[in-house]
Design a protein around this ligand. Sequence first.
Ligand code: AMP
Ligand code: MG
Length: 512
Amino acid sequence: MNLNNITQQYLALFPGDTSGNPQQRQTPGVLWCTVETAGFPKAKLLHFNQKLSEEIGLGIFENQQDQDFLNSNVKNLPIKPYATAYAGHQFGNWAGQLGDGRAIYAGEISNFNEKKTELQWKGAGATPYSRHADGRAVLRSTVREYLMSEAMHHLGISTTRALSISLSGEQVVRDIMYSGNAAPEKGAVMMRTAESFLRFGHFEMASASKNLELLKELTDFTIKNYYPEISGEDKEKYLEFFREVSQRTADMVAGWFRVGFVHGVMNTDNMSILGQTIDYGPYAMLEEYDLSFTSNTTDLPGRRYAFGEQGKIAQWNLWQLANALFPLINDANALQEILNQFGDIFWQKHDEMLSRKFGFDALLPDDSSFFSEWQQMMTDLQLDHTLFFQKLEYFESITEIDLAEISYLAITEDLFSKFKSFLNSYVKRLNINTISRQESLALMKKNNPKFILRNYLLFECIEDLDSGSMAYFEKLWTALQDPYAVVFPEFNQKRPSKYNGVAGCSMLSCSS
Ligand code: AMP
Ligand code: MG
């Protein structure tokens, strides 16, 4: 691998703390701290994403040095690891300084295909931002991020990516259900990549520090590198930036609705400034259709981060970003206008997305009542979001047996007739299409995945890995690269009932 191509621009561009002091602390006035990775002498590489490595200009895996790099053993390598400072709103409340507590930057690869790619380890040890935690990650949660981020990429949704995953060789103690039953688990370290890992929280941090110059430098850097199409000066430039971030965020969340992704922890520190899905924790793919479904046990009291709330929460988070950028703009009305428009823009994107899933060539003014009827039917019949759209391709011949395959309820005559009545509405709507049936089906196949990474599949994969086998992992890896085809028919079914209510198969805690 071309480790010599890795640079650390941040260290030259922004003020930082080079003391190397590992103590957990507040770091006012700086955007980063140099840190040392813990070093895992007994680490063992489990999987390496060769294709991604070549794509970003890191090259092919060759030798022990490459292995050491991926395993975060970099004492003898020309790498200066660092962690960045960010702040954020968690569950609606200002949480102050947070920062990379479990992630450490190796740097970035610049000027390859005129694109920059940042590299980060997750689980490589504590930093000044670890806030009484250990900076370690367990295999269970690391596998979930590794596979799901790649699954999202292949589904066509903007996301951070996964480069490698290793066993750290350490045991890490975690209390999975916060029940007082802490137990040791296998530790892991992964390397992930993104054009940039900057979050809304980085801007909130710079803004909260009341250092206008720092906020300006950070925002100018972001625009220059990641939004080069933005021209204009001063206020206009920053307003345009905010508008673009809003657009990208709307695209991302509409993508989540298309495939049924529930993030689970949409805190502002988990919102990418590039509109990429980031921080895969207690997420889930929606199975039985339920707008109020949340995958995060910590979110249960208010269901703030429920599937159906994600557009609204994105807007709330953008509101916090607007507050952070305000000192550069000083025009509340202009920011307010963009925020107000977000709702319309998002729901327009959402409804257009939905119409493509149904195979409609255009979104019509009356479609909102058709969509409401569909939502009600899906909820009443507890239909599987992904399997429903597959069955819909053959709507003419759906039987009660077919319906039972995609419902989490026992299908009665009454439920079947409800379904038939929805199909009548569908056929009526389909008849308004101006494209051929063939073209309509092609649209459906392109927008409705056949394979989604369900939590129970990950659960089974983690059990298999724990027993020392990579077989299940490799099979999921193959399936997730081709999500619009049925590669393994056994993955194309609803969650088996034995997993109903099992921790890790539907809902998860944040414990990672
Ligand atoms: P998250 O809920 O994963 O987005 O994390 C929120 C904050 O807690 C971030 O600043 C993380 O870096 C930090 N954090 C979470 N887990 C750990 C851990 N095991 N060790 C250190 N910091 C952590
Ligand atoms: Mg986070």
